[in-house]
Design a protein around this ligand. Structure first.
Ligand SMILES: Cc1cc2nc3c(=O)[nH]c(=O)nc-3n(C[C@H](O)[C@H](O)[C@H](O)COP(=O)(O)OP(=O)(O)OC[C@H]3O[C@@H](n4cnc5c(N)ncnc54)[C@H](O)[C@@H]3O)c2cc1C
Length: 362
């Protein structure tokens, strides 16, 4: 494998670097300020030609190989810019399961950032066991009427649209009675309440109550009962290496921590450095496999687990380096705790690896 940039990749990288030299410092990278301007950041990246690199041209992407996304992630981390907004899993969900009409209507705005989205899957009683969700969508003429309670809904405060899972048939086995919808968030019958994270951030996610909200029947994604298939596509892509471009960010944090030392590195920092390098090489290998046409299934759980280990190793290192009273570093430790929960917990990833990769009878 040759991981050096091709001439085209080098030109793209140089163009991005030049753009970031003027732009990176003007956007906040953490806290509520970051979340407040994330939409603006998304649109700026897109307008400059650095967002949606690998997505279809038909919907506003550039149809480049996935390595371009990694170049973007690397350069954003090096420049100290905010991360690339992560919504590839929603693009994949709608792209694979939505009708052409739904794709044409919704993918361009999702990709260029003019329409904001959230993912309404988890409920207070349905996280790991997503199939037990109780939100209902009941047919009423040309519409469905939605009642229920979603939680941990990232970006719910700014979202125009929600990719929603709701039960449409209570009389069939539970995985088969779930359908997916694109529902408008800004309508009567939708109430969004922010949740405060341990890091103090209040604008990342919230809980959403649907009380008689309406969604046109033609905004169902796929057929009635197809929601589970869409959910598996979405969570599978949440765990894939394209979102693992964060490896670059971890590497930068490790180097920042090392620069603060005036003695030997604490064990936690040395371990974080080793883990970060391991993840960087792992992501490269996965990308190389993708370019060779290898399609990953449950392997995404390995990626997610590795990423979580690295994130938390770096988080621990941030606490271990003397004098790290910087709130941003403390924030990175706090946020690393969420990594083993979001997108499916580490225990669930281990279950998937045991049953679907190792063939153990879990
Ligand atoms: C930062 C963040 C952002 C998120 N964003 C979104 C979002 O945008 N949209 C959305 O829908 N959801 C979102 N989530 C929710 C996330 O998907 C769930 O939190 C996650 O799936 C776990 O569900 P839960 O919180 O209900 O925990 P539970 O499922 O109740 O799990 C509690 C504990 O039990 C363990 N456990 C449960 N079942 C098993 C089992 N079978 N075997 C072994 N251990 C088990 C879990 O590993 C965990 O340790 C987000 C979460 C976080 C932290």
């Amino acid at each position: 494998m040759d991981f050096r940039d091709s001439p085209q990749e080098a030109e793209f990288r140089a163009r991005l670097r030049a753009w970031l030299a003027d732009t990176a410092g003007t956007f906040p990278t953490s806290g509520d300020e970051y979340w407040a301007r994330q939409g603006e950041w998304h649109q700026a990246l897109y307008a400059a030609g650095f967002f949606g690199s690998s997505w279809p041209k038909e919907f506003g992407g550039h149809e480049l190989p996935p390595v371009y996304d990694v170049i973007v992630d690397e350069e954003l981390a090096i420049a100290g810019a905010p991360p690339r907004p992560s919504l590839g899993y929603l693009v994949q969900g709608l792209g694979r399961h939505g009708s052409k009409e739904l794709q044409r209507r919704f993918l361009p705005g999702m990709i260029n950032g003019t329409e904001r989205w959230c993912q309404g899957f988890s409920e207070p009683g349905a996280g790991s066991d997503l199939a037990s969700l109780t939100t209902t969508a009941t047919r009423d003429g040309d519409h469905y009427v939605v009642h229920g309670h979603k939680i941990w809904t990232s970006y719910s405060d700014v979202a125009d649209w929600c990719l929603l899972l709701a039960r449409t048939d209570p009389d069939v086995p539970r995985h088969k009675g779930i359908s997916a919808f694109v529902i408008a968030m800004k309508q009567p019958g939708v109430e969004q309440r922010p949740l405060r994270m341990i890091s103090g951030v209040t604008r990342e996610f919230g809980q959403v109550r649907f009380d008689g909200a309406r969604v046109p029947a033609d905004q169902m994604v796929g057929a009635p009962g197809d929601g589970w298939k869409l959910a598996m596509t979405v969570v599978g892509h949440e765990r894939e290496p394209s979102t693992l471009g964060y490896a670059a960010r971890y590497g930068k944090l490790v180097r920042q921590l090392a620069a603060r030392l005036d003695g030997p590195a604490p064990d936690d920092l040395a371990w974080a450095a080793v883990q970060t390098e391991m993840l960087r090489l792992h992501v490269r290998r996965r990308l190389s496999e993708q370019l060779d046409g290898v399609v990953h299934g449950p392997d995404g759980s390995l990626d997610k687990l590795l990423m979580t280990w690295v994130d938390q190793a770096v988080g621990h290192a941030a606490l271990a380096v003397p004098g790290t009273d910087d709130p941003e570093l403390l924030g990175s430790y706090f946020y690393s705790r969420a990594q083993s929960v979001m997108g499916g917990t580490s225990q669930i990833q281990k279950n998937i690896i045991a049953s679907r990769i190792l063939g153990l009878g879990v």
